[in-house]
Design a protein around this ligand. Structure first.
Ligand code: AVI
Length: 323
């Protein structure tokens, strides 16, 4: 494809302009993860209220053997490809077991940022000297597309941590359809879904007592100040989270505590806020089994197996391509 016909990737500045000009205003949570945002997210994962990470870790630790046999197809070699690997703590549990079973596989963490990847690779090389590891930096679909045509090995793709929950329904379908398009019939997709449960438990996970989630949201305003020359006064905004059981979705907002105007130099524009006006920041979709099945069907997969934690708070779901 000639480069001029490629769809233009929107930039941080474009997205901020778009979101703050809309009614109601919004910002995209994909921009939460600058250095400080990534550090705050590490803290969130350790919070007593944020059950998601521990639930998925329990599944990986308690059902390692079952996961291995669901992944395994005889003794054929495979690539274990992790999209957005983070620090790889959960995956390390699988890798340790797979190596002990003498499985023939290569671990491929995929991320757009090389920095996190290098730290992960260094850690895993020290921990697992026998592991074959190949860092892949760049666009998910391009990398998977290259693997599809190049090496012909089975691919097991991991998309963990309930990351799919931060997509709207139509975005989730289109994301999985794009993955399906670069998968072969024996490949598998392993996805972490946070399940519906007592709404009070969910709400607390997004409104913790120490205020770390509030700082995580407010950090995006700090990022706009630093990178785009904004003058948001963080004291004038407060974090507010809701969970709507009819939609199975938690949402977070930053609320303008007073009437104010914020200037963003890089956009050469000022934005007016009314008192108590919200900025929609993030959706965290929760699922039930019917929604997980429907998502599979709509995007060209069927559900091969679900793995649950002991409280049924969370599931890792194994999707296989439908021909
Ligand atoms: C990364 N993602 C799955 C987290 C979630 O639970 O939606 C992000 C997060 N937002 C607030 N706390 C954690």
């Amino acid at each position: 494809m000639p480069s001029s016909s490629k769809p233009k990737q929107s930039t941080f500045a474009d997205d901020v302009l778009n979101g703050l000009s809309a009614m109601p205003k919004f910002l995209s949570s994909k921009y939460f993860y600058d250095d400080e945002g990534s550090r705050l997210f590490q803290e969130i994962m350790k919070l007593p209220e944020y059950y998601l990470t521990r639930a998925e870790f329990e599944i990986f630790s308690e059902q390692t053997r079952e996961i291995f046999s669901a992944f395994n197809a005889g003794d054929s070699a495979f690539d274990l490809i992790e999209l957005g690997a983070g620090d790889g703590t959960k995956t390390a549990v699988l890798i340790d077991y797979f190596l002990k079973q003498l499985a023939n596989f290569t671990y491929m963490p995929v991320d757009i940022s090389a920095e996190a990847q290098n730290a992960l690779a260094e850690n895993f090389r020290a921990k697992f000297p026998d592991l074959s590891i190949q860092i892949q930096t760049g666009d998910y679909f391009q990398i998977l597309g290259n693997l599809q045509s190049n090496n012909g090995r089975r691919k097991i793709i991991l998309f963990l941590g309930s990351n799919i929950g931060n997509f709207r329904q139509e975005q989730a379908v289109s994301f999985f359809k794009s993955l399906r398009a670069v998968m072969n019939e024996n490949d598998l997709l392993f996805i972490g879904f946070d399940l519906q449960k007592d709404p009070r438990v969910i709400l607390k996970a997004y409104d913790d007592a120490q205020g770390i989630t509030a700082a995580f949201n407010l950090n995006l305003l700090k990022r706009i100040n630093r990178e785009l020359g904004g003058n948001f006064d963080l004291e004038n905004f407060s974090h507010y989270a809701i969970y709507r059981p009819t939609e199975c979705a938690a949402r977070s907002f930053l609320i303008s505590r007073k009437e104010q105007t914020v200037r963003i130099e890089a956009l050469n524009k000022s934005f007016d806020f009314e008192a108590w006006e919200p900025i929609f920041m993030e959706i965290s979709q929760k699922y039930n089994l019917k929604m997980i099945e429907d998502l599979a069907t709509q995007s060209g997969f069927s559900v091969k197996q679900n793995f649950f934690d002991s409280r049924n708070y969370y599931t890792d779901s194994l999707y296989k391509p439908v021909l």
